[in-house]
Design a protein around this ligand. Structure first.
Ligand SMILES: [Zn+2]
Length: 385
């Protein structure tokens, strides 16, 4: 029997001590250093509801594989025995809830720490690189918050959502995050540029205000570092592909966040073989490639955004990084125009990246800046007649 959020609250109320009940029903949140980045995890009822929403493995066909995968990973964030105990309880097996509960609390607290520590570790890593420092500086410029929460509930609840995926959206200030399994109030309007069209799934399109919004990133490091991908127990078309490293994926999401904080998102369509779909994915991919190029000189960059129907090894790799700036990829918005927009909307971030030495070898803002300088130099040499 699955338990929904309210049933999970009742379960926690029944077995938690009075003093721990309140704390367990909040979303635990830790501020990263002096920044406005919050490392936040599910409340315990949310965590139990996410586990409960996954179906009990049938150990039969492959259709159940992804469900087992996420439970395995969520459990690895903590203690698999306690998580399995909860699943057995849901399946009606003779488990004594009063005995299980303290183990579950321990497992839950381990999961909280695991999430917060893994994300903090990558953010610490960013401070050692120019492109990372530039990202963190940009995230701090608008005084708005960025909250990094796990992605597991999206994988469980959204049909077709990839296991190794992550996402970013604008959210309202003061949004309670203790109950996210059934969705929260997002704030696309303020994350989107003034007048920019916001397509929603229900047909009622809207437009952005350009005010800027707080941002929420749904990201679980465990999805990218899961050892079962290394020993072959699990496979996924993104494993080993350019741009899908855990830290690069986090950089990508936080690059999206910089645009939401300023109210600059547009989703203007971008056509061409890399299949970015819209300008935000184009931005995030290009910016994460700068970080990739700085941290792993010579490693393949991500040149394709959309997962092809039949991905072959190396599907995401950029084939001609040296030709990228001159639009070797035949994008409907050439990289030069993307950089014009970057300069116009995020001048300091652009400037910080353009000023970086090599590596990163791949650095479209620097290319853009240097070409503009050469143009200015030429025009200064004109002799008026
Ligand atoms: Zn993205």
């Amino acid at each position: 029997m699955a338990m929904d959020f309210n049933q999970c609250v009742a379960f926690v109320r029944k077995y938690a001590s009075k003093s721990e009940f309140h704390g367990l029903t909040q979303a635990p949140s830790k501020q990263y250093g002096k920044t406005k980045i919050n490392l936040t995890y599910y409340s315990m009822p949310d965590w139990l509801a996410v586990i409960s929403a996954a179906r009990w493995p049938q150990w039969t066909g492959s259709a159940e594989e992804p469900i087992r995968d996420v439970l395995g990973a969520m459990a690895m964030e903590s203690d698999i025995a306690a998580v399995l105990g909860f699943m057995k309880l849901l399946a009606g097996q003779p488990i004594e809830p009063a005995t299980l509960f303290p183990q579950l609390v321990l497992a839950y607290r381990t999961a909280v720490n695991q999430h917060q520590n893994s994300v903090a570790g990558y953010l610490d890593g960013f401070t050692g690189w120019g492109s990372g420092k530039a990202l963190l500086a940009e995230l701090g410029r608008k005084g708005r918050s960025v909250t990094v929460m796990p992605h597991w509930h999206h994988f469980i609840a959204l049909p077709g959502e990839g296991y190794r995926n992550a996402s970013q959206r604008g959210i309202r200030a003061g949004q309670k995050l203790s109950h996210v399994i059934e969705g929260i109030d997002l704030d696309d309007k303020d994350a989107f540029a003034k007048g920019a069209l916001i397509k929603n799934n229900f047909g009622g399109d809207d437009t952005g205000t350009g005010k800027g919004a707080n941002s929420i990133v749904f990201y679980s490091a465990g999805a990218f570092t899961d050892p079962r991908f290394i020993d072959g127990r699990m496979t996924d078309a993104t494993v080993g592909e350019a741009g899908f490293q855990a830290d690069v994926s986090l950089y990508h999401e936080l690059a999206h966040a910089t645009r939401a904080l300023r109210g600059k998102e547009t989703r203007a369509p971008v056509e061409g073989p890399p299949d970015f779909g819209n300008i935000e994915e184009y931005f995030a991919t290009v910016l994460a490639n700068i970080y990739l190029s700085e941290t792993r000189p010579g490693a393949p960059l991500r040149g394709v955004y959309g997962l092809p129907a039949h991905p072959t090894k190396g599907w995401s790799e950029m084939k001609n990084p040296d030709g990228f700036y001159d639009n070797a990829d035949k994008l409907s918005t050439p990289p030069r125009e993307l950089m014009d927009t970057f300069l116009a909307t995020q001048k300091e971030f652009y400037g910080d990246l353009a000023a970086l030495p090599t590596p990163p070898k791949f650095n479209p803002p620097r290319e853009h800046f240097e070409r503009a300088q050469r143009l200015r130099a030429i025009s200064n040499q004109r002799i008026p007649i």
